[in-house]
Design a protein. Structure first.
Ligand SMILES: [Zn+2]
Length: 294
């Protein structure tokens, strides 16, 4: 366990998975309990002018077919509503707002709101990307209150998550950070990559660090996890120690470097180095390193 908080790791939201197929019970509950409907378009939420919380309605929107039961929080029901482009534009005009990525608003959300936002985003994107069966190509139909797709030939589909590993590698008071070619200037972060088929999470960490930096690691320790539906990842975070310090780059990375802890603190203060956003697990890993050395 880590002493540094990771954003969006815990929530009081009860997903009530056993209720997803209980249509009548849900219908009854809707009559007696407060309901919240979160409109989502292309994974984005509606933000009104001068507000940094996403818009939530107490009325259903987008039709029953687009409704995804998220769960119950403080005795109140939460639903995600996947909107069509026409519905989204109409709502933007009505409310004088616009659909935006939650990245720029994430720090304003508490854990429960953050969870609702990430959960509704991930489910909305899954719905949009699974219009047709990946086995036979026929049209999918939504079931289980939005949590299952089934095609004309009975093939079932469930939301899939892509695990990715992310790791802070240290050697004494230095840590290993890198940047990709596509990133904005001066942005550095911890090394990360997707777990491949047939691979354990631990092996993926060893492989990714070696591929991106030529560094072999030891003393791998689990740090925590964070849902990251961009579009469907789960970040699994680790700390590790380097067995060597000879960096060699592969094509994927523009730069990988050892950063002395004090230099890193100074350069971040000056603005000559920019780290990942504060709500990311990469930021939690780096804060943990800065706090634990020296
Ligand atoms: Zn099928």
């Amino acid at each position: 366990m880590s002493s540094i908080d990771i954003y969006f790791t815990r929530t009081e939201l009860d997903r009530c998975a056993n209720m997803r197929d209980q249509k009548q019970r849900l219908k009854q509950l809707k009559k007696f309990k407060p309901c919240h409907y979160v409109p989502v378009f292309l994974g984005n939420h509606l933000y009104l002018k001068n507000e940094d919380h996403f818009y939530v309605s107490n009325q259903p929107m987008g039709g029953l077919k687009s409704e995804i039961f998220l769960g119950i929080l403080n005795e109140e029901l939460w639903f995600g509503c996947s909107l069509t482009e026409e519905e989204a534009r109409k709502l933007e005009r009505q409310k004088d707002g616009s659909f935006q990525s939650l990245r720029q608003y994430a720090l304003a959300l508490d854990d429960d709101q953050g969870h609702v936002a990430l959960y509704s985003r991930g489910m909305d994107l899954w719905h949009r990307h699974r219009l047709y069966c990946s086995i036979c190509g026929t049209k999918n139909k939504v079931e289980s209150s939005g949590h299952k797709m089934i095609c004309e030939n009975g093939h079932e589909h469930f939301p899939h998550i892509e695990p990715a590993v992310i790791v802070l590698v240290s050697k004494g008071n230095k840590c290993l950070l890198g940047r990709k070619h596509s990133w904005p200037p001066n942005v550095y972060s911890t090394l990360a990559g997707f777990v491949e088929a047939g691979e354990s999470i631990e092996d993926a960490v060893h492989r990714e660090v070696y591929e991106e930096s030529n560094i072999r690691i030891k003393n791998l320790k689990y740090f925590g996890s964070q849902p990251w539906p961009f579009p469907s990842s789960l970040m699994v975070a680790f700390k590790a120690e380097a067995r060597s310090d000879d960096i060699r780059l592969d094509d994927e990375m523009e730069d990988v470097r050892w950063f002395d802890r004090d230099d890193l603190i100074n350069w971040v203060k000056e603005g000559s180095i920019i780290l990942s956003p504060r709500f990311s697990v990469a930021s939690s890993l780096i804060s943990d390193f800065i706090g634990s050395v020296g």
